[in-house]
Write a protein that binds this ligand. Structure first.
Ligand code: GLU
Length: 305
């Protein structure tokens, strides 16, 4: 299987020249676009990696899955999905258009920025530090990695330039969706997006989802089966931005990408996969990462459909 991973990386590398790093976040623009790595973590706890799998990168939108799980644990399914919908948008992840033209004016799902910001406002805690600490502790437990923390430079870069996220947050505050103070919730969102991880960490997150909430390392139940099912379903319908349909047809694995270049995938009952390739396509997905997953899905027969 090691050879399959090496070949998947070789295959993906041929495509990365066609992509670019996320230029709208100044710190991400500086990242070397030529990197490509993968880790898989199987249900028996064994792991395999290839390429630039140990490079650190920021989690960005993949964090939306973790925040959603915590909000569901804190507030319950009914309360959460009263504030945020369950439907794909067909629009870019940072689009405001549907908020304005649809009634009720709630974000269509928790995987777009407006939805993720709304979800962050539902996480319990006395203040923003407490909320972030709860989130990072939960994430550390899932990844079995106590050293996870956020990248200060990326966080400050997002905070300084996140005008569109500010617009989204203000819009949903006005429509009564966002709870608490706009700037505080945004602070939590920017910190959460700046958490630094490598392929092994997100392979572990994918594996816990794949195993319906059970850690393949400790055998402990960390998340309920129902919450895992909700998150995996949203990953299928909305996880790869407005390319989720095409990804489902070509790869067929629940996955969530981030503009840092990561893709976290969960193959039900089998394994978690973490891919990193910071060169992105026009929709914001890792261009090499998608090709790596296409290759693996075909070679290892991972398509769930
Ligand atoms: N921090 C990024 C933003 O808010 C996350 C976007 C993403 O990874 O999709 O724009």
């Amino acid at each position: 299987m090691c050879e399959t991973l090496d070949n998947a990386i070789k295959y993906g590398l041929d495509f990365i020249n066609k992509g670019n790093t996320a230029s709208y976040i100044p710190e991400l623009r500086k990242v070397d676009p030529h990197q490509l790595g993968i880790s898989i973590l199987q249900s028996d706890g064994s792991s395999l990696s290839s390429g630039d799998y140990d490079r650190k990168f920021t989690i960005q939108s993949i964090s939306k899955t973790v925040a959603l799980m915590l909000a569901l644990m804190d507030r319950g399914q009914e309360y959460v999905f009263d504030k945020v919908g369950m439907e794909p948008t067909g629009d870019a992840f940072n689009s405001i258009i549907k908020l304005e033209i649809r009634q009720p004016s709630i974000p269509l799902n928790p995987m777009i920025n407006a939805g993720a910001i709304a979800i962050d406002s539902l996480i319990e805690g006395n203040d923003i530090n407490h909320k972030f600490n709860r989130l990072i502790c939960f994430f550390r437990k899932i990844c079995h990695n106590d050293s996870l923390w956020y990248n200060e430079k990326v966080y400050l870069s997002e905070k300084a330039t996140g005008f569109r996220n500010r617009a989204l947050a203000n819009f949903i505050k006005d429509s009564g969706v966002l709870e608490g103070e706009v700037e505080e919730v945004l602070d939590l969102y920017f910190k959460q997006c700046s958490i630094e991880i490598d392929c092994r960490d997100i392979a572990m997150l994918g594996a816990v989802l794949a195993m319906d909430g059970i850690s393949p390392i400790t055998g402990k139940t960390l998340i309920s089966k129902n919450i895992c099912r909700i998150v995996k379903t949203l990953m299928v319908t909305c996880g790869m931005y407005d390319a989720s349909g095409e990804f489902s047809i070509k790869v067929g694995i629940p996955a969530k990408s981030g503009v840092g270049g990561g893709i976290m995938a969960a193959v039900p009952g089998k394994m978690g996969i973490g891919v990193f390739g910071p060169a992105l396509d026009k929709k914001g997905n890792s261009i090499g990462g998608i090709k790596v997953l296409e290759y693996l899905s075909c070679e290892m027969d991972l398509n769930i459909f």
